[in-house]
Write a protein that binds this ligand. Structure first.
Ligand code: PHE
Length: 338
């Protein structure tokens, strides 16, 4: 005669082998070996058995537990393997993958890389400053009085705390001189912001390459030579460069630069690309006051500064008709500069 425990064991093994998936298998485990399970119940029942019966039933109980546990484990791993196999069944690992599209450098970045390389050959190092500035670095230190139009509400983005988005990269002139005594030879490329009416040649955010050169005995000839060399390296040796007198509060004299070249698409047109001039003594004095020393004594030190319109340079170089294209992230535009 078979003991009920043996019957339970056989029944459990049959159910295990029939279980179609893991959840059904777990239900079998609970039914037989769980705390309320029918095999487990024999553990309780042992206490009421006689001394003679106990070892016999104990042995059967152990055997049943061991056999059922082993069967559960084996079937479980079979089911998991089958599931994984079916998940991969449709996967052809020999097919080529989906290629990642290769990006390209933004035309402004390409233009900037070229500009940096040219200035580096002339010994200019890179400098930088924050986009969010205080009025002092953007205007006061640059000899720009409170009633200057550039400071007007309608021309500049002011933050509620009185700071502003820098309207030009000339702020970095000041920050560079605050940080280190002369001589100085830096360029500072970066974003600038103005509340301009947006059109094909104006954007509320644009880019400039600031330059600052401070040493003893610097003259307009150095300024002209440096910028002419830069523009001819960038646009080609035939490029004509024209300097026009202009006004900036922080340079004296001040000039604007136009370029024209037969080899460029813009052809016979003069295009304005740069504002520049000799650093105004008032700028050196403002820096000295901020530093608390006389490191930039205007009697000893001289310098020139310039601000190149980076978007403008890239538009000329790559024949781009509209400044807004730089920021629209249109792949049809960007892929042309691959
Ligand atoms: N900051 C000026 C502008 O944005 C350009 C400039 C830079 C002029 C340095 C002179 C010297 O128009």
């Amino acid at each position: 005669m078979t003991h009920p425990l043996e019957e339970l064991r056989e029944a459990a093994l049959a159910e295990i082998s029939a279980a179609p998936e893991e959840r059904a298998l777990d239900a079998v485990r609970v039914r037989y070996l769980g705390r309320q399970g029918s095999i487990s119940a024999w553990g309780e029942r042992m206490k009421s058995l006689s001394k003679e019966e106990r070892p016999v039933v104990g042995k059967l109980l152990n055997e049943a537990r061991t056999a059922v546990t082993a069967a559960l484990e084996e079937k479980g791993s079979k089911l998991r393997a089958a599931m994984e196999a079916s998940a991969l069944a449709d996967l052809d690992v020999s097919l080529p993958g989906t290629p990642n599209e290769l990006g390209t450098l933004h035309p402004l970045t390409q233009m900037l890389d070229r500009a940096i390389a040219i200035f580096r050959r002339m010994g200019f190092a890179l400098a930088e400053g924050p986009d969010v500035e205080d009025e002092w670095h953007c205007f006061d230190a640059l000899n720009t009085p409170p009633d200057h139009p550039a400071r007007a509400e309608q021309d500049t983005f002011y933050l509620p705390d009185g700071r502003l988005l820098r309207t030009h990269t000339s702020t970095v002139q000041i920050r560079t001189m605050e940080a280190a005594p002369p001589p100085i030879r830096v360029i500072a490329p970066g974003a600038a912001f103005r509340r301009d009416e947006v059109d094909a040649t104006h954007s509320a955010q644009f880019h400039q390459i600031e330059g600052l050169y401070v040493d003893k005995g610097v003259t307009v000839a150095d300024l002209k030579g440096t910028l002419e060399f830069f523009l001819r390296e960038l646009f080609g040796p035939e490029t004509e460069v024209r300097f026009r007198p202009h006004y900036f509060p922080f340079t004296e004299p001040s000039l604007e630069i136009d370029v024209k070249s037969k080899t460029l698409k813009s052809g016979e047109k003069w295009i304005e690309v740069c504002g520049c001039g000799m650093v105004h003594p008032a700028v050196f004095e403002a820096v000295n006051r901020a530093r608390g020393d006389a490191a930039f004594d205007p009697e000893t030190w001289t310098g020139f500064a310039f601000g190149l319109g980076m978007d403008r340079l890239a538009m000329i170089l790559f024949d781009i008709p509209d400044i807004r294209l730089f920021a629209q992230n249109d792949l049809r535009f960007l892929q042309q500069f691959a």
